[in-house]
Design a protein around this ligand. Structure first.
Ligand SMILES: [Zn+2]
Length: 243
């Protein structure tokens, strides 16, 4: 099993690790800071230094409990070799800021802080990039003005500088939190695991999550609505960017 350091410390930019499996251009380590693609967040890219040679990382994926690092070309490496892992921090930090922003929009919407949400409007999907995020919304009688109100209310929460923390909960603790898992795969996970990771937005939201987040909402900066697409009276697709 690869120790996933990014789950506990999303700010680690460099890490020494030991090769546990080498298969041409695909390497596994005892621990890693490279986030593998999943949960709407793209993988990290970066560099890995082994036996005096630097290799570019072109893909990172999960395989069971292990993380596979795909290099641009096969490396001369074997199990037991030491390595220095370095992630592309600008890309990762962009993912962190957009990922946390997405959770804030979701929390503000779910709690009805921007407008009455007793009809149960929700975010039904999202894709994070380093420079933007795409969000699918289902809100009754949704308009661009309503979306902007959601963003403006989220912006006030961001500007207040709230703490964002990752916590591990036991299954019993997790099941006691209403609406913790908002998606079908999340609910499935909750029933399968003995321990789950949640992201807490201070005073706002608690959500099952395996992604990387900023420590304080102020790091997000300003949310801008870049695109608004009408996919029906209820369904909208928007694009935001932060900075
Ligand atoms: Zn998330």
């Amino acid at each position: 099993m690869t120790e996933k350091v990014y789950l506990k410390d999303s700010y680690a930019k460099e890490l020494r690790a030991t090769v546990t499996a080498a298969n041409g251009a695909e390497l596994e380590f005892d621990r890693t800071i490279f986030y593998p693609t999943g949960g709407g967040q793209p993988c990290d890219l970066g560099k890995i230094l082994i036996n005096g040679k630097e290799h570019g990382v072109v893909d990172v994926k999960k395989s069971g409990d292990n993380v596979i690092h795909v290099l641009e070309a096969p490396a001369e490496a074997k199990a037991g070799d030491g390595a220095l892992l370095k992630i592309d921090w600008d890309r990762r930090y962009g993912h962190m800021r957009h990922h946390t922003a997405l959770h804030i929009l979701d929390g503000i919407l779910e709690t009805g802080r921007a407008f009455d949400n007793s009809a149960g409007g929700s975010i039904t999907g999202g894709q994070i990039y380093h420079d933007r995020a795409r969000i699918d919304l289902e809100i009754a009688n949704c308009t661009k003005e309503l979306v902007q109100l959601l963003i403006d209310t989220s912006q006030r929460y961001i500007d207040e500088g709230h703490a964002v923390t990752a916590k591990m909960l036991t299954k019993d603790q997790a099941l006691a939190v209403p609406n913790l898992a908002r998606t079908a795969p999340g609910r499935e996970l909750l029933n399968k695991l003995t321990e789950v990771r949640v992201i807490e937005l201070e005073g706002l939201d608690f959500q099952l999550d395996g992604g990387t987040h900023v420590a304080n909402t102020r790091e997000i900066g300003r949310i801008t609505l870049k695109n608004y697409e009408n996919k029906g009276s209820k369904r909208k697709r928007i694009e935001i960017s932060v900075g």
